[in-house]
Ligand binder design. Structure first.
Ligand code: GRF
Length: 200
């Protein structure tokens, strides 16, 4: 059976990318999908190094070299097309995806967000900002959401959510660490659901 070809966009460490790579090798995605391309908007994104270690095409695209988001995303689209990518996964990717690229992969572009959307999402809500807001609000739980990407930040329909407790003594780092463990389970689960639902 043809494996679904996954393209992953990263900006940083790429631990979610690693979780997807590992799942394709020995987990629930094994035999069903393979990561064929990693694109980063940061030259030092460790996600690129993770790709290279697994002989996966690793491409740095410098956003400053493009007039605007649309031009940058057109280049991303060209790289994705070159590898015949079926499914796009944003994994710790911090730039907004231009509408044309979202539409080109409608129903086949996913994002992971370290909170229980629709709460604590939207522009500027990433990384520690999310966990600080959760603690400041006195939430008793948080978690992770994997969702389809649409034209707005953190807005598309939810595919998977996993919850974690927030303890009164928690710092933002404590919550981030607890959520990240669940993220690494949630992304392969979400991809598995999408693979099961549609022939990509
Ligand atoms: C994670 O919290 C992820 O949810 C967010 O960026 C953080 C780092 O992700 N989008 P990764 O280790 O780069 O995958």
């Amino acid at each position: 059976m043809k494996k679904t070809r996954i393209g992953v966009l990263v900006s940083g460490g790429g631990s979610n990318l690693q979780a997807i790579i590992d799942s394709c090798a020995t987990g629930i995605l094994s035999g069903r999908a393979e990561v064929v391309l990693v694109i980063a908007n940061k030259a030092d994104a460790y996600g690129l190094e993770r790709a290279r270690k697994h002989n996966i095409d690793a491409v740095f695209l410098d956003r400053t070299q493009y007039a605007d988001s649309a031009a940058y995303c057109r280049r991303i689209g060209e790289e994705l097309k070159l590898r015949q990518v079926d499914l796009v996964c944003l994994a710790g990717y911090l730039l907004k995806v231009a509408p044309a690229l979202v539409q080109a992969y409608h129903g086949r572009i996913l994002n992971i967000h370290p909170a229980l959307l629709p709460k604590y999402g939207g522009k500027g809500m990433y990384g520690h900002h999310v966990h600080e807001a959760v603690i400041a609000a006195g939430e008793k739980e948080s978690g992770v959401t994997v969702h389809f990407v649409d034209e707005e930040y953190d807005h598309g329909s939810v595919i998977v959510q996993r919850r974690v407790p927030v303890l009164p003594t928690d710092t933002a780092d404590d919550v981030a660490r607890r959520v990240l463990v669940e993220e690494h389970k949630a992304y392969p689960e979400a991809i598995s659901i999408v693979l099961g639902a549609v022939r990509t």
